[in-house]
Design a protein around this ligand. Structure first.
Ligand code: P6P
Length: 335
């Protein structure tokens, strides 16, 4: 089957409103960055770029060579349009300024995780880039200007560097998936109007943290493991790729629930995943695809951020399963 609709065609046909020109150009720059990142990852081992640096990022994580390379690619590709007032990245402590010679009174903020799941990159497991676009309240934004709840996002998406390279994004009217044609270098619409199945029998969680979870999550997983003999009266399957973008793409395609819940090891830091450039953009996509995204007790998109690198518990995916998990948290509160 031949596919003909490029991202630019799709936006020309479907995007309406005052941000059309800006989003078209910003997404084009994001796409160019993701293509370069795909090449950098593909040739990582050949170029000797699979190692780690002596440096740590703001998260206190050892940075891989590709973390820094992909971060630089994303900044370089997205700073020229004149639409972006500033950027924020998982790999950078503070606001990423636009160079004076390129500044043009930008009205948007771009937030990103350039290489999510990077610990997988040298074992050849899928990784991704996650991005989010907000309005900027100022032409010279400070860090506080980024601290907007996820419901404020204009656009959110990810690139998945998997068995094929895909781009999935939303601008608030559903979720669309595009696949990179290596020969032409174009992303073509292959997954229009992506929807998450309401019901599922598949969960994704790092089971090694079981003993650290709170009771509602332990209860939910216990019931999944009891399968047909238990209250759920059906068997479940488990997946854990340790790459959120890959897990969430699978859930968009065939349903499921993804969890990185709070656990006693993570209590002080508030969770594992980062709100601004992981949880919020993916939650926007999940909700636009008919799923739910919660901390267990709060809708992720309604969290009012307090720090650009803050972490949150994440439970998201198929609506009926997430609703069940939320109900278990509510019963815990009533106890
Ligand atoms: P763990 C990758 O580092 C990441 O942020 C997510 O993409 C992924 O779901 C999670 O962490 C994996 O965490 O504890 O299983 O290594």
């Amino acid at each position: 089957m031949a596919y003909h609709t490029t991202v630019k065609d799709f936006l020309a046909d479907h995007l309406q409103g005052p941000h059309k020109a800006a989003l078209t150009r910003m997404l084009d720059d994001i796409i160019n960055a993701c293509k370069k990142i795909a090449i950098a990852i593909d040739s990582g081992a050949l170029e000797g770029n699979m190692g780690s640096l002596a440096s740590e990022n703001i998260q206190g994580e050892v940075q891989k060579v590709l973390d820094v390379m992909t971060n630089n690619i994303f900044i370089e590709s997205n700073q020229r349009s004149g639409y972006i007032a500033a950027m924020a990245s998982e790999e950078v402590d503070n606001v990423i300024e636009i160079p004076e010679k390129l500044k043009k009174n930008g009205k948007y903020l771009l937030l990103f995780d350039p290489l999510d799941g990077s610990s997988n990159v040298n074992v050849n497991i899928s990784v991704g880039t996650i991005f989010s676009i907000l309005m900027s309240p100022s032409a010279n934004p400070i860090l506080a200007d980024f601290l907007q709840p996820g419901v404020s996002q204009l656009c959110a998406g990810y690139a998945l560097y998997g068995t094929s390279t895909m781009l999935v994004f939303t601008t608030g009217n559903g979720v669309s998936g595009f696949t990179l044609d290596i020969e032409s270098g174009e992303f073509y619409l292959t997954h229009p109007n992506m929807q998450i199945a309401t019901d599922t029998q598949e969960f994704a969680v790092n089971m090694s943290n079981y003993r650290f979870w709170q009771e509602p999550v332990q209860r939910y997983i216990d019931e999944c493991l009891q399968g047909e003999e238990g209250d759920r009266k059906k068997d479940f399957n488990m997946r854990w790729v340790a790459s959120m973008v890959a897990e969430m793409h699978r859930i968009l395609i065939r349903g499921g629930v993804f969890m990185y819940p709070i656990d006693s090891k993570l209590q002080t830091q508030g969770g594992k995943l980062r709100l601004m450039y992981e949880a919020n953009p993916i939650s926007y996509i999940v909700e636009q695809a008919g799923g739910l995204a919660t901390t267990g007790t709060q809708r992720i998109l309604e969290i009012v951020p307090t720090h650009i690198h803050q972490r949150v518990p994440v439970i998201m995916g198929s609506k009926s399963e997430v609703e069940r998990i939320i109900s278990y948290h509510q019963r815990k509160i009533r106890h």
